[in-house]
Design a protein around this ligand. Structure first.
Ligand SMILES: [Zn+2]
Length: 397
């Protein structure tokens, strides 16, 4: 990424005059965020002058903890889904991106060595229960259950506790066949032995969500929760499944995971109207949706604003809540004095943008979160231009 080298970390930084919003800590105030030595020094009423630090005027803009995107695919060259993290995540306001199962036990060391250690984006990972991860569209990773190995997953996660935050399993019939039971049980075993959350992909799950939900425990994550296909979160009359309500009461988390086919405005709007918003908002950004319909995490957040969430709830769902979900609540997704200075700055623009969901429906969104500054460990990093398709959708104000 271009920028001023590491001079910001040495000089310090002050983001002055913005609306500082950290719902996880009950913070919503116009203030200056000061940064020194790569850490957050404080949130206060100073004007940022003095001490020779770099001063950035963010008046009229929104300053949040660096965004966390709980579901991405960041293993280009190995997984057909892979995209470049710094271009698509950090450059669009996401400082912490979680890879959702692109790598399994056998392919994770390469993800660490060739992607995570070479990226400025902070990257963590759910480890696929299939040892090969998500390599090809030709064969589902669990069509042959011999690919699933709790032993190898547990051993690999214990080798990399700094990066592996949970286990991922995809239970769609394309990946696991018509009976997801065996794949689920092996993933459950690995997650339980590790004491880590299990993230479950629920699209095209043949027995439906009502089968899965009683098998999930506190901290487990249902991703693609607002998909528009059969077996989803709504019953045929449009009511949220009672099993989903009771799973949430037990502490199961519901994650958006927008993706190329996993988010329907209709389902999201109905669920939110029944007081069932997502716990976490993630993009499922990958090579087949970064040019639309997903574009990036900020655009995904804008869609959730559009279907009825408040700005505070949207920001919480991409900062403190996902950080807690991966056991990083103290250090990530928070504006805490002494914590690593990961910060995102947005304009909340009003206008008209024609944005597609992932179910073939385009709606006109009237508020768009646009990243304008991103700070990773105290260093200002370059914002990348939005995807071409997103630039083209503004239809005037
Ligand atoms: Zn995914």
């Amino acid at each position: 990424m271009t920028g001023a080298g590491h001079s910001d970390q040495a000089r310090g930084l002050a983001l002055v005059g913005g609306r500082v919003l950290d719902p996880g800590r009950g913070l919503d105030t116009t203030a200056t965020v000061s940064v020194a030595g790569g850490l957050i020094e404080g949130v206060g009423d100073g004007d940022g002058d003095g001490a020779g630090r770099r001063r950035i005027d963010v008046t009229g803009r929104l300053v949040t903890p660096g965004l966390v995107d709980l579901h991405t695919h960041l293993y280009p060259g190995v997984s057909h889904y892979g995209i470049e993290p710094d271009e698509h995540c950090l450059g669009r306001g996401v400082t912490t991106a979680v890879d959702a199962g692109s790598a399994g036990a056998q392919t994770f060391p390469g993800l660490r060595r060739y992607v995570i250690e070479r990226s400025r984006t902070s990257i963590l990972a759910f480890l696929n229960i299939a040892v090969e991860g998500m390599i090809s569209t030709l064969v589902g990773e669990l069509e042959d259950i011999r690919w699933a190995s709790p032993e190898q997953a547990v051993a690999r996660a214990r080798e990399h506790p700094d990066l592996i935050v949970g286990i991922k399993v995809r239970l769609g019939h394309q990946m696991a066949g018509d009976d997801p039971g065996p794949a689920f049980r092996l993933a459950r075993e690995a997650a339980d032995r590790l004491g880590l959350p299990l993230m479950v992909h629920v699209i095209d799950l043949r027995p439906g969500l009502a089968w899965l939900l009683p098998r999930l425990n506190r901290g487990d994550i249902v991703t693609h929760c607002f998909h528009g296909g059969e077996g989803g979160i709504l019953d045929p009359a449009g009511a949220v499944l009672p099993a989903a309500v009771s799973a949430r009461e037990r502490g199961v988390l519901f994650d958006v995971g927008h993706g190329a086919g996993s988010f329907a405005y209709r389902v999201a709007r109905r669920a939110i109207a029944q007081d069932f918003p997502p716990d976490t908002i993630s993009s499922d950004l990958h090579a087949h949706n970064a040019a639309g319909p997903v574009f990036d995490q900020a655009t995904t957040l804008s869609k959730l604003l559009h279907v009825g969430m408040t700005l505070e709830d949207v920001i919480r769902a991409t900062t403190s809540t996902p950080a807690l979900a991966i056991g990083r609540g103290a250090s990530t997704g928070a504006l805490t004095a002494g914590g690593v200075a990961d910060l995102s700055v947005f304009e909340l623009r009003t206008g008209h943008w024609a944005l597609p969901d992932a179910a073939g429906v385009t709606e006109t969104v009237e508020q768009l979160l646009v990243p304008t500054v991103v700070v990773r460990a105290g260093q200002v990093c370059a914002i990348q231009p939005p995807a071409v398709g997103l630039q083209a959708t503004e239809t005037g104000s």
